[in-house]
Design a protein around this ligand. Sequence first.
Ligand SMILES: Nc1nc2c(ncn2[C@@H]2O[C@H](COP(=O)(O)OP(=O)(O)OP(=O)(O)O)[C@@H](O)[C@H]2O)c(=O)[nH]1
Ligand SMILES: [Mg+2]
Length: 280
Amino acid sequence: MKTISSDIVIDSIFKKKAQDNLESYYQFKELFEEVKIDNTYEEQVLISIIIPVYNEEKTIKFILEKLPKNNKIEVIVIDDNSNDNSLKEIKKAKFKSQLKIIKHSRNRGYGGALLSGIKKTKGKIIVTMDSDGQHRPEDLSNLISPILNQEADIVIGSRYKGSYDYKLPISTRLGEACLEKLIQIFFNRKISNNQSGFRAFNRKTLDLFENIKYLGYAFATEIILKASLNGFRIKEIPIKILKREYGVSKIILSKLFLSIISCLFIYFLKKIKKIFSKTV
Ligand SMILES: Nc1nc2c(ncn2[C@@H]2O[C@H](COP(=O)(O)OP(=O)(O)OP(=O)(O)O)[C@@H](O)[C@H]2O)c(=O)[nH]1
Ligand SMILES: [Mg+2]
C-alpha cells in the first residue's frame, strides 16, 4: 500500500468544501485526486467530528453549515437536553448527508455528551469541537495533521500558542496556568490550554474513554492525565479562538476547580500505584 502524506489526505478532505465556496477555497489547503491512490481512504470515514450542544440555538446551525462536507468526514452532534431551540436548528442545517444527531433525555454534562458521541464514531481520527462558535473549522486541518504525520496521538488546540480575540477572565488564565504547572510537576507534560475543547484523538487512544469518572468539564483534565499515564503523545498546536457572541459560558468555576483538584489527586495516586506495582 502506498503511503499517503498528511498534506494529501488533508487537502483531499478540504477541497470539496473549497469547491462549494470560493472564499473557503483559500482557507483550506488544496488537492483531492491523490487520495484515490489508496482505495481504503475512499471507503472509510477518516474524521469524526463530535460537537456537544447545550443551549446553543444561535450558533449550532451556522457551525454545521461551515464544516467541510466530504464523505471522509462524519459529524456527530449531541443535544444534551437543551431547553432552547438547539435541536430544531441542528435539524434545519443543510448538512444531513454525514450528520448523526444524538438527543439526551436528560442533561449528562459536557464530558457525558462527548462520551455518547464517541461511542458512535467510525473515524480514524476523532475531533471534539464546541458549538458556541468559538472554534474555527479552518483550524481543523492543522489539528489533525500531527496525527496523520504520526507525531502525536492526541492534539490539543491552544489559544495560548495561537490567539484569542477577547478578554480572558483572569481566573481562567490563572487556573489554567496553575494546572499547567501541576501537570508538569506530577505528570511530566506541559499543556498550557489544558481545558481546550478543540482536540483530535487517534482512534487507538479510544480505550481512554472507558470508565471515565468526570462527566462535566473536568473531563478535559481527566483525559490528559489518563493519556499521560498510558504513555500517549500529546501535542499542542496554535489555534485562534473567537469571542463568544451569543449565549453564556456554562462553566461554574468553583465546581470545576474542585473537580479538577480531585481528578489530579486520583490520577496521581494511580501513577504512584503504577510505579509501585512495576518495582515490586
Ligand atoms: N452536551 C453538553 N454540552 C455542553 C454542556 N455544557 C456546555 N456544553 C457545550 O460545551 C461547549 C463549551 O462550553 P462553554 O460553556 O462555552 O465553555 P468553554 O468554551 O470551555 O469556556 P468559555 O471560554 O468560558 O466559553 C459548548 O459547545 C457548550 O454548548 C452540557 O452540559 N452538555
Ligand atoms: Mg465557550
